[in-house]
Write a protein that binds this ligand. Structure first.
Ligand code: UTP
Length: 290
């Protein structure tokens, strides 16, 4: 069998999570639970299911809980062992054994582009994946797996997109692109958070990317933009000028779990899918006089 080209994924998780204050004052947004797993575990599981073996998480102040979550907890395991709860130990070990984890601290939240640039020295000369921790995509074939399969056939930078309602385009990076082979769109340009009138399409960038190391050189040259942050979109537009780049329409239900409403929707969806909770939770919802 041919070896997969993409084995490393960067998960930027150093943002402030202001949309979720006050809960994010002292706790990472990425550790908010969907039923019984933190958001970032769903994203790591998606990456691992897509064949990723090295996970690079960009963290910042107040994010230590993320490292602890993916590490072995000897103390907890000892207590569980002594109280005969060995099943839990197996489940906990699965989390730390999933992949090789590395952490890089972004000393200040200087933007998504800057967060990705922090991983430059760990990526080297290979294409790599980027997954944002607050975009949860629920699908039988994981979103990143879909994109890696496309990359293996069409090796070019790929941005995950989904169609959004025109009333929502102002919240996203929007593609100016032409339909190409398969489910791909050849990108001309990306427009960051346009008005409905300015939006070139309804194809919105969601938090999954396959990038090439050239992006680092471009990020290094990118001047801080809005909020004094180094914007990934600016560097992606520079890359589009140099290389063919595609948008890929991701299949699956996507939730913006960094937003309160999106988070609640994702919670309901995951609870309904849960093998133990699904049925009683459904019965509970049916009883609500909505
Ligand atoms: P967001 O803007 O969605 O996340 O950034 P945020 O800043 O944490 O949340 P709000 O908007 O203030 O509520 C997209 C992703 O990029 C990461 C965030 O952690 C998030 O996963 N990010 C953003 C960084 O890692 N570093 C940054 O400087 C900015």
């Amino acid at each position: 069998m041919r070896k997969q080209t993409i084995t490393k994924a960067v998960i930027p998780a150093a943002g402030l999570g202001t949309r979720f204050l006050p809960v994010t004052k002292a706790s990472p947004k990425e550790m908010l639970p969907l039923v019984d797993k933190p958001l970032i575990q769903y994203v790591v599981e998606e990456a691992v299911a897509a064949g990723i073996s090295q996970i690079i998480i960009i963290t910042g102040r107040g994010k230590r809980a993320i490292e602890d979550h993916f590490d072995i907890s000897f103390e907890l395991e000892e207590i569980l062992k002594n109280t005969g709860k060995d099943d839990y130990i197996r489940d906990l070990r699965k989390i730390s054994d999933m992949a090789d984890f590395c952490y890089i601290r972004q000393s200040q939240p200087q933007g998504l582009g800057h967060a990705i640039l922090c991983a430059k020295h760990l990526i080297g000369d290979e294409p790599f994946a980027v997954l944002l921790g607050d975009d949860i995509v629920d699908n039988d074939v994981p979103a990143l797996k879909q994109m890696i399969d496309v990359y293996e056939r069409t090796p070019a930078p790929i941005i995950g997109v989904q169609q959004v309602d025109p009333s929502e385009v102002y919240q996203y990076g929007i593609l100016d692109a032409k339909p190409a082979l398969d489910e791909l769109y050849k990108i001309n340009h990306l427009v960051e958070k346009p008005s409905v009138e300015e939006a070139p399409s309804d194809l919105a960038v969601i938090g999954r990317y396959i990038l090439i190391p050239e992006i680092f050189d471009l990020l290094e040259k990118t001047k801080p933009g809005k909020n004094n942050e180094i914007q990934l979109t600016d560097a992606l537009n520079d890359l589009t000028a140099l290389r063919t780049m595609y948008g890929y329409q991701i299949k699956g239900n996507r939730y913006d779990a960094g937003d309160k409403l999106g988070f609640l929707q994702a919670t309901v969806q995951m609870a309904l899918k849960n093998s133990n909770l699904g049925e009683p939770f459904k019965q509970y919802l049916k009883k609500l006089a909505l």
